[in-house]
Design a protein around this ligand. Sequence first.
Ligand SMILES: *Cc1c(COP(=O)(O)O)cnc(C)c1O
Length: 388
Amino acid sequence: MPAGGQAVRVLTPVRFDTRLVHSGWDTRTGTGDVVAPVHVAVTYDRFAEDPPRYFYARGENPTREALEACLAALEDAEFALAFASGQAAGAAVLSLLGPGDRVVASDDVYGGTHALFEIWRRYGVVVSQADLADPRAAERALSPRPALVWVETPTNPLMKISDIAGLRALAGSVTIVVDNTFASPALQRPIAEGADISLYSTTKFVAGHSDVIGGALVLDDPDVYQRLAAHRTVTGAVPGAFDCFLVHRGVQTLSVRIARQVANARALAAALESSPLVGAVHYPGLPSHPGHEVAARQMTEPGAMLSFTYRGDVEKLLASTRLFTAAVSLGGVRSFIECPALMSHRPIPRDVRLSAGLTDDLIRVSAGLEDPADLVEDLCAALERGRS
Ligand SMILES: *Cc1c(COP(=O)(O)O)cnc(C)c1O
């Protein structure tokens, strides 16, 4: 009898929410476990199976395979690779490039992505950034054709929306990677929109409980998959079995979590838009958002992240909310609030930050699972207390 069942793709054409729960693990094998077991062994008996499937856990691990089967199924893709972090997944993508290759990336990308680009610049890769949410700027940036297009949509923290299908039309056969961390596969499926690789920090919405760091790549191309898998094995960028278990446990509730988080973000965006203490509100669900129409077409819901400019004392605001934890990261069950200038984007030089629109009065919110009325009351009260 196999030790503990098998990682499987659900092959019957079931819908997304059913795949969340049923993909990745076949209960009708082995001991019948209803949860994929946590396989902690680092190495495997050469004669357990003939031919052997497992050699060494840096290369192969059954708990990881169960998670990967699930993540691939969520995007109807052939392959998924789980990584130790979102950053490790991003580094694997950049490992596809060599000296002289050119990357065109969204101008408003995750801070850690900027840091990865800096390392690859030292390796001779040319990285240029452009506002890929603006079709004309995107067209200029993609001529001549680069080796890789790196898209983040929605972006962090301004929630800019890039049209993935539109970029595919502009980019021809150039590899497009979409950092889908902010939307999650529940709200946006980059592969179906024409991207080659979906990148995730599973730390955020996918795992969803702020208790595990993880990353993933999802893709269809077998050759690219082999190269990325080899990179992961050689560099050891693998997640441990317990971390895979946590991500897999978390992802099964993604749809129900994100439905509440989106509802809460909508309620907060509406309250912020009507507050005299607030300037701009950046939320793709608002008709005033420049990416509203593309988001309505490309995403099933406008997401659980929003940002706004505050007309009061930022530090006082952060200190006086009771229900919003002042913390970086996002996508967990608790609501988070942060000021990019003071926290998530602090390492970026101030002039670069300001020219990207990240002003000192910008506040970012990740809506959690609390009652929306409590969140609205708490944030409005904190806005008042920080009034300067
Ligand atoms: C957090 C994050 C990453 C990096 O992921 P880690 O799991 O922290 O390594 C990449 N992209 C985006 C958009 C993120 O929010």
